[in-house]
Write a protein that binds this ligand. Structure first.
Ligand SMILES: C[S@@+](CC[C@H](N)C(=O)[O-])C[C@H]1O[C@@H](n2cnc3c(N)ncnc32)[C@H](O)[C@@H]1O
Length: 296
């Protein structure tokens, strides 16, 4: 729906959240606002949260055009912040009853496609990868500052990169000559001297690992989900779309714990995945998994 980002599992999310007129929903990962807009079009009110200032200003502008249909500040509130503080952000927005919360994890296409943000191994840019300019540590800081063992651990645990040893060797010897400062420099080092024509770029997993570390993504998610559940009204639903196994495992286990503590039920025994058509039309959707929990 926008060039900023194509929303994944749009219909499935709206169905899962069972939107009721004038009830409040939190879009914890606003991005280009596609999911938020779908919720509003069903009659819901939305608090949209994103840690990236680009997302907030983009959606503000986009929604102004539609302003005859709903009022910003009344039916829609947009705030910049990290969803690990979701409890504070909701309190500050003075929203009391929350009927549903959505997380659509990871980065937006806008972030990947903006070379200066440094997320993409396909675009020359500074090795940054921060989703928020308020974060202190960049990918370049990690690549040039961590020890060889720390880099190895990072690539194994957050990238599941089987070639981590050789990649670390190449990074250590290159940065001994001069710091590695651009996405292309790092991507070339990861790819190494032997050119192979793999389906997936060899730089994929290391870039993923660095992005997760720079943004502390897994801890943020683990901290946020219990806060989100606490915010929900009885019968309210928590919907989470994840894009890789590390995130999905967290969501699955946290939902299991919620159920064991008798806090509600897991609605999706198996995750919902995009239709064949969606996967064909939007490559990025191929790894998406939607899990839903309903509060008791
Ligand atoms: C996949 S995009 C969301 C796309 C959105 N659902 C749409 O339909 O356009 C993920 C967004 O979440 C934001 N984000 C990721 N982690 C976050 C966090 N911990 N707190 C707040 N925003 C976060 C990113 O900045 C990005 O804009």
């Amino acid at each position: 729906m926008s060039t900023y980002h194509t929303s994944v599992l749009l219909r499935e999310v709206v169905e899962a959240l069972r939107i009721e007129k004038d009830h409040w929903y939190i879009d914890a990962t606003l991005g280009g606002g596609g999911h938020s807009l779908a919720i509003i079009q069903q009659g819901g009110r939305v608090l949209g949260v994103d840690q990236d200032a680009d997302s907030i200003s983009y959606v503000e502008d986009k929604f102004k055009v539609q302003n005859s249909k709903f009022k910003i500040g009344v039916d829609v509130k947009l705030v910049r912040g990290n969803f690990r503080d979701i409890d504070k952000l909701v309190a500050e927005a003075e929203i009391e009853a929350v009927s549903g919360i959505l997380y659509d994890l990871g980065v937006s296409s806008h972030q990947i496609d903006t070379p200066e943000r440094g997320f993409s191994f396909q675009r020359e840019g500074p090795l940054d990868m921060r989703m928020s300019s308020e974060l202190g540590v960049t990918a370049a800081d990690l690549v040039n500052g961590l020890t060889k063992n720390e880099l190895y651990e990072l690539f194994i645990t957050l990238g599941e990169e089987y070639n981590a040893r050789a990649i670390c060797d190449r990074i250590i010897s290159a940065r001994g000559v001069k710091p590695i400062v651009t996405t292309s420099e790092l991507a070339e080092l990861i790819r190494g001297p032997k050119r192979t024509f793999a389906k997936t770029d060899p730089a994929t997993k290391v870039f993923q690992a660095l992005r997760i570390a720079v943004n502390d993504e897994l801890h943020g998610l683990t901290e946020s989900l219990p806060k989100a559940l606490a915010l929900l009204s009885t019968g309210g639903r928590l919907a989470v779309i994840s894009f890789h196994s590390l995130e999905d495992r967290i969501v699955k286990n946290v939902f299991k714990e919620f159920e064991e503590k008798n806090l509600g039920i897991i609605v999706t025994k198996k995750p919902i995945i995009p239709s064949d058509l969606e996967q064909e039309e939007n490559r990025r959707s191929r790894s998406a998994k939607l899990r839903v929990f309903e509060k008791k």
